[in-house]
Design a protein around this ligand. Structure first.
Ligand SMILES: Nc1nc2c(ncn2[C@@H]2O[C@H](COP(=O)(O)OP(=O)(O)OP(=O)(O)O)[C@@H](O)[C@H]2O)c(=O)[nH]1
Ligand SMILES: [Mg+2]
Ligand SMILES: [Zn+2]
Length: 180
């Protein structure tokens, strides 16, 4: 998480805590030792909206990177899509860090439901008990029992809520696009 000088990272930390993934909050000029430790020997992609500080971070990690950085609009708080290309830069130890242009928009209309479910590996086994043609939004959905049994792990309830938000958004996207 970048820019922890501007806001507390606690809300996001809490939201992601059930995933048990390492979270590092930092700001320009922060000590990067802990982060470098995680990145070394791996290939890492920085993804985020324009202006969140991806290129600034890459420049701090790779002294010769010289990635251009832009300013954030004072009114909208949005970046200006400064980075327009993807670049992979070698980390000082070993491994790569990949800087990408800011995400411009996020849409699901082109994504099929099975692909979304497949991305939730921890929940997918629960679909074995689903009725035929289950949309996974109805009360008979088998994933509910699966999560309740604890088989999906402690993050199960939050993961299922997240899956259902995506499925619901997919419905909205399709409605906007095709008008039914
Ligand atoms: N306050 C604060 N500002 C930061 C920090 N990191 C970066 N910035 C500023 O945020 C602005 C955008 O930074 P960039 O590194 O260009 O952001 P980006 O994510 O690469 O943006 P795109 O290339 O447009 O996707 C610049 O003005 C940076 O100086 C930080 O930790 N704290
Ligand atoms: Mg950038
Ligand atoms: Zn289901």
């Amino acid at each position: 998480m970048t820019k922890d000088d501007l806001a507390s990272p606690d809300t996001l930390r809490d939201a992601y805590a059930p995933l048990d993934a390492p979270i590092i909050a930092l700001h320009r000029g922060a000590d990067l030792a802990e982060l470098l430790d995680l990145l070394t020997g791996r290939t890492t992609v920085l993804i985020g909206q324009s202006g969140v500080g991806k290129s600034t971070l890459v420049n701090a990690l790779v002294p010769l990177a010289e990635r251009a950085t832009g300013v954030v609009n004072d009114v909208t708080g949005r970046g200006r899509h400064t980075s327009t290309s993807v670049a992979a830069l070698a980390l000082p130890g070993s491994g790569w860090i990949i800087d990408t242009p800011g995400v411009r928009s996020f849409g699901l209309a082109h994504v099929e439901v099975p692909r979304i479910i497949a991305a939730f590996e921890d929940l997918q086994p629960g679909t074995a008990e689903c009725p035929r043609g289950c949309t996974h939004l109805e009360p008979e959905c088998g994933i509910d029992d699966y999560v309740e049994s604890g088989a999906a792990g402690p993050a199960g309830p939050q993961r299922l809520a997240s899956l259902r938000r995506l499925l619901a958004a997919l419905g909205d996207d399709a409605q906007e696009r095709f008008g039914h």
